[in-house]
Design a protein around this ligand. Structure first.
Ligand code: ATP
Ligand code: MG
Length: 298
């Protein structure tokens, strides 16, 4: 389990997180959602031990993260940040194997190779092992980093440590539909193995479909927390995101799905900026019917 107890993070006199109390239970997928700048990445970095809170504490399995060495932390959690830069001409398999090359981990090459190959398979990149990382597409790169984290989880197992948590910051932002499902299915498997899985997502529909718990953030605070059914409510979402959002329900099992209700005040045209008016709720069914209308040019 991951926990933030009264966590405040201040930078240049500004509170990026403001007394955040939250728990992310083992065996479940918790999705953090919220607008740009709400503090999602900051929270995930605090929970991963990458940022120390200005006040309060972050804990993993009841122990304050400040008391862990870097190696101990690497056996307890794996994190995929929102963005990563790699400047060297690494091959894909080398990047994935970085997950197993934590100082203090068993450096058995055969084992490292095997778990790295397995992790590549898990993200659908089994044919990419000898490709240059720098020559991959955005979505392929994103999956390489997820494979690196999966490799780390398995490498820790070899030390007889069960990594308690997997933290993924926008892991699906560059992925097509099939790979979104593949990656979140992998997250589900990690939760089924008893890990606390924390995922930052901007796609509320993915969050609704895959999460056990939702943490909705706004301006450095937790605006709501609970099941997707409890958190995904029209008024709450519309207020937090600052535009009209309607949470609908599919028949059974009633998973919520969200449609932003944008009103165009003028038709899209060449060289003309699209104006989106988010201040008024359109009549029911507006967005659904608009979705099938081809864009027109004037
Ligand atoms: N090191 C820093 N110094 C000052 N301000 C920072 C720092 N890091 C982040 N911030 C600010 O803190 C706020 C929260 O940032 P954070 O990256 O956590 O947002 P986020 O919810 O992940 O947003 P996004 O959806 O855009 O990724 C933002 O307003 C950001 O500009
Ligand atoms: Mg972020």
């Amino acid at each position: 389990m991951l926990e933030a107890r009264g966590v405040t993070v201040e930078r240049r006199g500004r509170k990026l997180l403001d007394e955040v109390y939250v728990t992310m239970p083992a065996g479940r997928i918790t999705s953090i959602v919220g607008p740009n700048g709400a503090g999602k990445s900051t929270l995930i970095k605090v929970l991963a031990g990458e940022i120390k809170p200005t006040q309060g504490e972050a804990l993993i399995e009841g122990r304050n993260l400040r008391t862990f060495s870097a190696m101990e932390l690497a056996t307890r959690r794996a994190i995929v940040p929102q963005s990563t830069t790699l400047s060297f001409p690494f091959m894909v398999i080398e990047v994935v194997k970085l997950g197993a090359s934590v100082p203090g981990f068993d450096q058995n090459q055969d084992y490292s190779n095997r778990i790295a190959e397995d992790a590549l398979c898990d993200v659908g990149l089994e044919d990419f092992r000898n490709r240059l990382y720098a020559e991959l597409s955005g979505g392929e790169r994103q999956r390489v980093h997820i494979a690196r984290a999966l490799c780390q989880l398995n490498a820790a197992l070899r030390r007889r440590s069960h990594t308690a948590a997997l933290l993924l910051d926008e892991p699906t932002s560059s992925l097509d539909l099939a790979h979104q499902s593949l990656v979140l299915g992998e997250a589900r498997e990690q939760a089924a193995e008893g890990r606390a899985v924390v995922v930052v997502l901007h796609d509320l529909n993915l969050a609704a479909a895959w999460s056990d718990e939702i943490v909705l953030m706004s301006q450095g605070r937790i605006a709501a927390r609970g099941s997707p059914e409890a958190v995904f409510q029209d008024e709450l979402l519309s207020t937090v995101f600052g535009c009209q959002i309607r949470a609908n329900r599919v028949p059974a099992p009633g998973v919520p799905y969200m449609l932003p209700h944008f009103l165009r005040t003028e038709p899209p045209g060449l060289g003309r900026r699209h104006t989106l008016n988010c201040s008024k709720a359109p009549p029911m069914g507006y967005a659904e019917s608009k979705m099938h209308v081809p864009l027109q040019r004037d």
